[in-house]
Design a protein around this ligand. Structure first.
Ligand SMILES: Cc1cc2nc3c(=O)[nH]c(=O)nc-3n(C[C@H](O)[C@H](O)[C@H](O)COP(=O)(O)OP(=O)(O)OC[C@H]3O[C@@H](n4cnc5c(N)ncnc54)[C@H](O)[C@@H]3O)c2cc1C
Length: 463
């Protein structure tokens, strides 16, 4: 037995590292186990951060190549230096993961390097050494869901990890899955010159998000050059020298067709990752989808073992994992940590962006909730016009009787920043009238949110 801790967190993604920091702040002696060479998990290494670095770079490229002329700026000879773009992405990742290392040192958190295995409640083995701990938090995250018949090699048939590392722009990229990750990475490579086809099983994009938003988003992406095969499934892939032949069938049955691609991105979702953790040995229960089962306080069925983040139920989002990390650390320190799952924003970092919080119209209908809708298009927002970014709208859903905000959905420029106001509104139980009466600076995109709130009561000013 080597050392003992109050808490050992397994996994250093946004759930795990934030949990470790909060627990250390509260005076616990904390270790965090990470088997990757660097801290930060999926999010910092192969997820949120590198994808946003490439989304920013590719959007800059697209602006110069296609949007600047409209502003009266002629730029000739624009060239892509993909190697530099990728190197910059690496620098951004490196700065972020080193930042977490710094935070560990600052908070006196021990990084146990290697794969962690729970050998018994209160005992975690890492690289041949067993450490004792009062509590364990499992924060081992998730991995890409594989697709039968489409074998990933991370070179020409890739998951998001390989799609972030491509060394040349594919001529034709086929994205399997019309969810957030597929559309973000599809955007990156389309902006850099690829023809992009998205094949999606459902007859819509962005499952789970507001349907009206998803439909308009599909039209906007279509104008940008995306091709869609909705209501179709990929049933096989054959690799040849010239590229990959995908067998594609209508989801409802019908004749198969062939789609040729030189790179295929499999982005059909992510699943919890618990491999090698020893959960069988200690008897930690999983649910029907392989997620670690927890109660409202993140406790598993085994005393002293907790779980947070992508490995448990709920949205697979970094900020959801972080909030759970804070909450469980506070619970372990005797406080009352809590996560409001009704106020977790979801954002698609394309351009325009899509951002949402709270209920969709479909959810309200299904629940039989009477609601009012207020909408305002960015075409009527002065700042959006000045920017030349008028696609999309802000939409607010409020309870018909009480006017309380139940959901907000924004498709438009900087929607990801704009949604923060509506997250605050939901968190504070605000009414649409409250949002409508707040002074919003002019000219800003946020005025579209205010106008949507006014529209809930049928009194928008600028349309
Ligand atoms: C391409 C992509 C883009 C994304 N973009 C966004 C975004 O913009 N915004 C957003 O909110 N979310 C985004 N996500 C999702 C986000 O990355 C995850 O929700 C988040 O990382 C989950 O955090 P986590 O702490 O639960 O797990 P993870 O970040 O997956 O971290 C788990 C860590 O545990 C380690 N681990 C696993 N098993 C063991 C073991 N036995 N011993 C030691 N270590 C172990 C892993 O190596 C990993 O580092 C994106 C994901 C991808 C793939």
């Amino acid at each position: 037995m080597s050392d003992s801790f109050d808490l050992i967190v397994i996994g250093s993604g946004p759930g795990g590292y934030v949990c470790a920091i909060r627990a250390a702040q509260l005076g616990l002696k904390v270790a965090c186990v990470e088997k990757r060479e660097t801290l930060g998990g999926t999010c910092l290494n192969i997820g949120c951060i590198p994808s946003k670095a490439l989304l920013q770079s590719s959007e800059n490229f697209e602006e110069i190549a296609h949007k600047f002329a409209d502003h009266g700026i002629q730029v000739d000879g624009v060239k892509l230096d993909l190697a530099r773009m990728q190197a910059r992405k690496g620098e951004v990742v490196s700065a972020n993961v080193k930042g977490v290392e710094f935070l560990f040192r600052k908070n006196k958190i021990t990084w146990l390097k290697g794969a962690g295995k729970i050998v018994a409640p209160g005992k975690v083995e890492v690289a041949g050494t067993t450490y004792e701990t009062k509590n364990i938090v499992i924060a081992t995250g998730s991995e890409s869901v594989p697709l039968r018949g489409v074998e990933v090699d991370e070179k020409t048939i890739v998951t998001s990890t390989g799609a972030l590392e491509l060394e040349s722009v594919p001529k034709h990229l086929v994205v399997i899955g019309g969810g957030v990750i597929g559309l973000e990475l599809g955007s990156v490579w389309r902006r850099l010159g690829a023809e992009v086809t998205v094949i999606e099983f459902l007859d819509r994009l962005l499952p789970g998000m507001d349907n009206e938003v998803a439909k308009q988003f599909e039209r906007i992406l279509g104008k940008q050059g995306f091709k869609f095969k909705l209501g179709h499934k990929v049933t096989g892939a054959t690799k040849a020298e010239a590229g990959i032949s995908l067998t594609v069938e209508p989801a409802k049955g019908g004749e198969a067709q062939t789609v040729e691609a030189d790179v295929v991105l499999v982005a059909i979702g992510r699943r919890p990752y618990v491999e090698g953790l020893g959960l069988d040995t200690v008897g930690v229960a999983l649910d029907e989808r392989g997620r670690v089962k927890t109660d409202q306080h993140f406790a598993t069925n085994v005393p002293g073992i907790y779980a947070i983040g992508d490995v448990i139920a709920g949205a697979m989002l970094a900020h959801k994992a972080e909030d759970e990390g804070v909450a469980v650390a506070e619970i372990l320190a005797g406080q009352h940590g809590h996560v409001n799952y009704g106020a977790i924003p979801g954002i698609v970092y394309t351009w325009p962006e899509v951002a949402a919080v709270g209920a969709t119209e479909e959810e309200l209908k299904a629940a039989g909730t009477a609601y009012k809708v207020g909408k305002f298009p960015f075409t009527a927002n002065g700042r959006a016009r000045a920017m030349g970014d008028v696609d999309g709208f802000a939409k607010i859903l409020a309870d018909k009787a009480t006017d309380r905000v139940l959901g907000a959905h924004i498709l438009g420029p900087d929607a990801g920043h704009l949604i923060a106001e509506m997250v605050t509104a939901i968190e504070f139980g605000a009414s649409a009238e409250d949002v409508a009466r707040i002074c919003h600076a002019h000219p800003t995109l946020s005025e579209a949110v205010k106008e949507a709130a006014l529209a809930v009561d049928g009194r928008p000013l600028h349309i």
